[in-house]
Design a protein around this ligand. Structure first.
Ligand code: SF4
Ligand code: SF4
Length: 168
């Protein structure tokens, strides 16, 4: 049976090959959607950061990040390929910490984080938000989900499936 690192390496390689072999028009459309998705993720994180989430999350120690292993999707990996940025290097050694986290929290910049991670806010964060801010977050989330769904439609396969399970 493949271990997590092997599954990650294999899925990353297959995603790269699939991305490189897309027809030109599909790549252009997909790249535009990836841009939009990254911007929406950034906005989602910025809004809660402005509401004071950093300090709250630091004090909490990242309770909601303990189950992050399968949050990274094929589409999240394509964002690294599209931008040419170095992909996050996971640490799959046993332990409760998310493989994509370090001493200062998530190793991924906001625009590269998984959808699940950027849309979830616990009650402590929710309590800091105004009604207008919650509405704005909901609007961003809806647009994010729609953009992710469109990537699947143009590629003919769901890209939001977990990267680590994409080769099994
Ligand atoms: S969102 Fe909530 S549960 Fe998650 S790290 Fe921040 S304070 Fe903790
Ligand atoms: S990927 Fe980042 S934000 Fe998501 S669970 Fe892991 S450390 Fe937390």
């Amino acid at each position: 049976m493949m271990n997590d690192q092997d599954a990650w390496d294999q899925a990353t390689a297959i995603s790269g090959t699939a991305y490189d072999s897309l027809p030109h028009d599909t790549t252009a459309e997909l790249d535009d959607l990836i841009d939009e998705i990254m911007q929406l993720k950034q906005k989602l994180v910025e809004l809660v950061t402005c509401a004071g989430s950093s300090e709250i999350c630091r004090n909490c120690g990242g309770e909601c990040c303990l189950l992050g292993k399968y949050h990274v999707s094929v589409l999240d990996m394509l964002a690294y390929l599209k931008t040419g940025a170095d992909a996050v290097i996971p640490d799959f050694s046993p332990g409760p910490a998310c493989p994509y986290s370090g001493e200062s929290g998530c190793l991924m910049p906001p625009g590269y984080r998984p959808v699940t991670c950027v849309i979830f806010n616990c009650q402590m964060i929710e309590d800091r938000l105004t009604a207008a801010e919650r509405e704005t977050l909901q609007r961003y989330e809806n647009r994010l989900r729609q953009a992710v769904a469109r990537t699947g439609r143009i590629c003919g396969t769901r890209l939001d499936r977990p990267l680590l399970l994409s080769c099994t």
